[in-house]
Design a protein around this ligand. Structure first.
Ligand code: FAD
Length: 294
């Protein structure tokens, strides 16, 4: 199908793009990689009156380290995947990125586009919530930072206002005595996953679990955090049994999946339980490896 008629602007600066958003609000949609927006327009699920193409705004494409790693919204997923700063300082993001679709899609798809799109089946919102990232939003009246916990507000919806653009995502750097793991199961590599999670596990100086964060994709109307499972680990000695119990709590108490074309709710729960156990073990192994091979 062809999209409904629309007006197209390709501003060369962020100021111009923000002026268009200020003037047209919800009517004007940002165009990033177009990997979600263009198919939605072709199916007429989305019918924006105006497209504001951000691809000519070079300032939205930088990756910089200054106490955190700040990634410009228009950085493509494949650029971030190959960036050595991402690999070293945000290993969870580095591990999650290759799970997004195929290289061709990641060559066009952007970090900001995926985060702003807020698809419950997407990898990046899950990573952003697990890492407690902050989103930089800008409008003509200035900038503000939005915590990931407030940013994802429901099915394909975020806390961005009608006149705002997402301009960057700030990822905290890898922490001491902390391990990370991203795991998912898809029918074929590159498909949206049937189930998956981002896990963050931190130990205290006695080797007990100080904090865990477990965030799942495709089992709710946004990235779903298993708070009861995480609480069950706090203060515990990390063990296969503790991880298995956490998986059980996450899948039975923290989530009520809807199921989808490829997986029933029960199968999603089963996968989530197994993946939780594996992700926590992997995160723990990575802390131990780091301790022996600094
Ligand atoms: C075949 C196929 C398979 C895919 N598989 C996966 C997958 O497994 N996992 C996954 O996560 N994704 C998948 N995707 C989607 C892909 O990752 C997209 O790139 C991503 O969801 C959107 O990024 P984009 O840069 O293409 O954004 P666009 O499609 O350009 O925009 C998406 C939405 O975000 C808004 N937006 C974009 N940038 C901004 C901004 N800076 N500020 C405010 N709003 C903004 C747009 O207005 C639009 O509403 C797949 C896509 C295809 C076509």
């Amino acid at each position: 199908m062809k999209p409904a008629p629309f007006n197209y602007f390709a501003p060369a600066s962020l100021e111009e793009a923000l002026a268009l958003k200020a003037q047209h609000g919800e009517e004007a949609k940002a165009l990033a990689g177009g990997q979600s927006l263009i198919p939605a327009m072709n199916f007429r699920v989305a019918q924006p009156a105006i497209l504001v193409d951000l691809n000519r705004i070079a300032s939205l494409r930088d990756i910089r380290k200054n106490g955190a790693l700040t990634i410009g919204a228009m950085t493509t997923q494949s650029t971030a995947e190959k960036n050595p700063l991402v690999a070293e300082h945000v290993p969870l993001l580095h591990e999650a990125l290759p799970n997004i679709a195929h290289p061709q899609i990641r060559n066009r798809g952007t970090i900001g586009g995926s985060v702003a799109h807020a698809d419950p089946a997407a990898e990046l919102p899950v990573v952003c919530l697990a890492l407690r990232t902050r989103m930089q939003a800008q409008s003509q009246s200035g900038e503000r930072w939005i915590e990931a916990q407030e940013f994802f507000s429901g099915l394909f919806s975020t806390a961005l206002a009608a006149d705002e653009l997402l301009t960057a995502v700030e990822f905290p750097l890898v922490e001491e005595r902390t391990g990370y793991a991203f795991l998912e199961v898809a029918r074929r590599h590159g498909d949206y996953a049937m189930a998956g999670l981002a896990a963050v596990l931190s130990l205290d100086e006695n080797g007990l679990c100080r904090q865990a964060r477990l965030v799942y994709l495709n089992v709710g109307d946004g990235p779903l955090e298993a708070t009861q499972a995480a609480a069950s680990l706090q203060g515990q000695k990390p063990s296969a049994k503790a991880f298995q119990d956490a998986g059980k709590i996450a899948s039975q108490e923290d989530m009520q999946p809807f199921g989808n074309l490829h997986a029933s709710p029960q199968y999603q729960q089963h996968l989530s339980a197994v993946l939780t156990q594996r992700a926590l073990q992997l995160a723990l192994n990575r802390i131990t490896q780091k301790a022996t091979h600094p």
